[in-house]
Design a protein around this ligand. Sequence first.
Ligand SMILES: *Cc1c(COP(=O)(O)O)cnc(C)c1O
Length: 397
Amino acid sequence: MPGFELFGDLERKEVNDVLDNGVLMRYGFDGMRKGHWKAKELEAELAKTFNSEHVQLVSSGTAAVSVALASAGVGAGDEVIMPTFTFVASFEAIMMLGAIPVLVDVDDTLTLDPKAVEAAITPKTKAVMIVQMCGSMGDMDALRRICNTNELIFVEDSCQAIGGTYKGKPLGSIADVGCFSFDFVKTITCGEGGAVVTNNKDYYINADHYSDHGHDHIGSDRGAETHPFLGYNFRISELNAAVGLAQVRRLPEFIELQKRNYTIIRETLVDLPEVQFRTVPEGGEESYAFLNFFLPDLEFSRKVSKAFKENGIDVCWNYYDNNWHYIREWHHLKDAKSLYPLSADLKHELSELKTKDFSQSDHFIGRNISCLIKLSWTEEEVKLRAEKMKDCIIKSR
Ligand SMILES: *Cc1c(COP(=O)(O)O)cnc(C)c1O
C-alpha cells in the first residue's frame, strides 16, 4: 500500500513550485502565487480519479470523516453505525461531533455485515459508515438498500482502498459521501492529508465552508467573506497538496505494482487447503493494497503469524490482539477515557461495548491474516517471500 516507498523527482518538482512562490496556504494570496494552486489542482485530479463531481481536501483522513459527517448534518446524539474492525479514527471522527458510534459485527468481507447493520438500527440512527478495510469492500448494494429503506446517510471510508472498484465505480464514490486519507502509509500520500468526495453539491459546499472556519469563499477578500454557519480548521497546506498532486498521477503505476505482487503471493498460496481468501462481493475488484486470508482457527493463525515473524516475513498481521484496528483492545474507548467530559448517552453506549457479543467478528478477525503489499519489492523478492509464506503455513499444520 504505501506511497511513501516511491517518492522522487515528480514530487520534488511540485513541492518546489510552492517553495518558489512561498504561498504555503491554499486560499488567498492570488497575486503572489504565480498561478500555483496545488490544493485546487489536486481536487480536480481526484475528482477525475474517483469519478466524482466534488472533492474537498482536508488535513487528514480522520478530518475527512468528521467533515463528511458534519456536512451531512450528523451531530450530537446521532448514532452512526460502524464496524468493529477498522482504525481508531472511525470512532474518533464520530465522537468529535458529539455523535455516538454504534459498533457492529463484520463478516467474511472483513467489513460491515448487512444483517448486523439492520439489527443495530434505532430511531436515533442517522448514518451507516462502511470502512473498506485492507483494500476491499463490503456488499454495497445491500447496504445501499438498507440506508434507503431507513432513510440513513451512507458514508464510505475508503482510506485503505484507494484504487479499488465495485461494479466499475471507484470505492469512495459509491455512498452518499466518501472519505480518503493520504497519510504517510496510504497508497498515495500527501505526508498528511485527506479528502471528502461526493456528488451531493450541498454536502460539498458544507464541507468547503466547514473545513475553513465557515468561510464562504466568495469574492477575493478573505477578511470580507461571510460565515453562513460555524466551522473549524481542517485545511490542507499547499506543500502537502503538492506532494499529493505528483502521487495521484502515479496511482495507476502503483496499482499495477500492487496487483503484480498480490497475484504472485495469492497464486502461491491458493492450493493450500487451509487458506481461504476473504470474500470480495460480486462485481468488486480489490485495490491489491493487502492480501487477506482466513486460516482454520485462531490458534493456527497465531502459529502462522509467529512463524512469519521468525522467518523474516514482515508486514503481515493477525489483528485479533492489535491495539489500533480491532475492538478487543480498545479499552480506552470502552472505559470512555476522555480528557474532557463526554455526554451521558455517549458514555452509556461506550460502556455497553464491554459486554456486547462480538463473537462473529472474533470468528473472522481471529482467523484472518492481513498482508500488506509493498510497491518496492522486486518480482524475485515477492516470489521468494511467497514460497517462505507457504512453507510457514505448511509447517504450522
Ligand atoms: C488511515 C485511516 C484513517 C485516518 O486517516 P489519517 O489521515 O491517518 O487521519 C481513517 N480510516 C481508515 C480506515 C484508515 O486506514
